[in-house]
Design a protein around this ligand. Structure first.
Ligand SMILES: Nc1nc2c(ncn2[C@@H]2O[C@H](COP(=O)(O)OP(=O)(O)OP(=O)(O)O)[C@@H](O)[C@H]2O)c(=O)[nH]1
Ligand SMILES: [Mg+2]
Length: 330
């Protein structure tokens, strides 16, 4: 497919960015993700060129409280996935702090064993302020890695706060990292995130309290009514730093993928649906901002403030593209 796109007479810089991504060029993928991160207007065209080349990768989401060892786990898991022969794309999302060079630098160090491996693409992303929200930016970046041919994509994100609940829309399978003695860390996590985990990890099991965390998670699972029939989320003890339990995690991920194809198909459809909703919402908002900025918006505010119309009717009129409505006349 790639060959068809690459016209023989074109020099490298004349190829479109999408074509270079599809050909697996690392610099092109990095540039594409920067455009997404910055909310560039070029993203729409880029994604529509890439989209037919996506849908092949398995996407693993790794989430959990700050410092629970996610990056260490991603690094060790990547080694296991590489020895299984898959190429890997890694996205480390830092939704809370666009300027936290610290966290991003930390990820780089934690995942440093793979920087020289051509089969691994690693990217940290700060997504706060992205117009379409974190989920859209992450979803679009995942499409870049998928289109460039990465077979397994791992997304690391912090599991506290509103943005991260959105992030659950981006993966096929969710791994939640907890800590030993984690009464507090379990409570710090949003209930929503506990409910979506397919696999629970008690990382740092070399520290005291791992067994009691496993028990609390099991007790919580016993109470859940709507677990998928085919899959009760396993709770695994892992020591990412000491490379203990990481093989088992990879086996468990594969078990999930083979056990629950219907669940995966359903999840992917939901993901598409959510993407469409997000895009609709952000396009409609952008259209509104375009059409009703400045004087037009001021007239609308005047009309509502002066009780010439009410807010719902005003918006309904805008959506009907009827800005000449008498209420808006000065
Ligand atoms: N004792 C112990 N420490 C670990 C283990 N795994 C990771 N750590 C340490 O925990 C600290 C945090 O690890 P990270 O991998 O950066 O954790 P993270 O969840 O990615 O952190 P943020 O991205 O900042 O939220 C580091 O000092 C790791 O060396 C483990 O199995 N046992
Ligand atoms: Mg990290």
């Amino acid at each position: 497919m790639v060959e068809k796109l690459i016209k023989p007479n074109l020099s490298a810089h004349e190829l479109t960015l999408a074509t270079r991504v599809i050909a697996g060029e690392v610099n092109a993928a990095a540039r594409a993700i920067s455009l997404i991160e910055n909310g560039s207007a070029k993203v729409k065209e880029l994604i529509s060129e890439l989209y037919p080349y996506t849908g092949k990768a398995s996407i693993i989401g790794i989430t959990g409280v700050p410092g629970s060892g996610k990056s260490t786990l991603v690094d060790r898991l990547t080694t296991v996935i590489r020895s299984a022969g898959h190429s890997v794309g890694i996205l480390a999302i830092d939704p809370t702090s666009p300027f936290s060079g610290g966290a991003i630098l930390g990820d780089r160090i934690r995942m440093s064993s793979h920087w020289n491996d051509q089969g691994v693409f690693i990217r940290s992303m700060a997504t706060r302020g992205h117009l379409g929200g974190v989920a859209l930016a992450t979803g679009d970046s995942t499409l870049v890695l998928d289109a460039m041919g990465k077979e397994t994509i791992v997304i690391e994100t912090v599991g506290v706060g509103q943005d991260e609940v959105e992030i659950v829309d981006t993966a096929d399978i969710y791994v939640l990292t907890l800590l030993p003695d984690a009464g507090d860390s379990i409570q710090a996590l949003k209930a929503g995130i506990m409910e979506i985990a397919d696999i629970f990890i008690v990382n740092k099991s070399d520290l005291p309290g791992a067994d009691s965390t496993v028990e609390s998670v099991q007790a919580m699972l016993d109470l859940q009514e709507y677990l998928p029939e085919a899959w009760r989320p396993p709770v695994l003890k892992v020591e990412a730093m000491n490379n203990q339990g990481v093989d088992t995690l990879w086996e468990t991920i594969n078990k999930f993928i083979t056990c629950c194809p219907e669940l995966l198909v359903k999840r992917r459809r939901t993901r598409v649906e959510n993407r469409l909703r997000h895009i609709f919402a952000s396009e409609l908002t952008a259209e509104f901002e375009d059409a009703f900025s400045g004087k037009k918006l001021a007239l609308l505010v005047d009309a509502v403030a002066a009780r010439k119309t009410d807010p719902y009717t005003a918006v309904a009129e805008v959506l009907k593209k009827n800005p000449e409505h008498q209420s808006f006349q000065s």
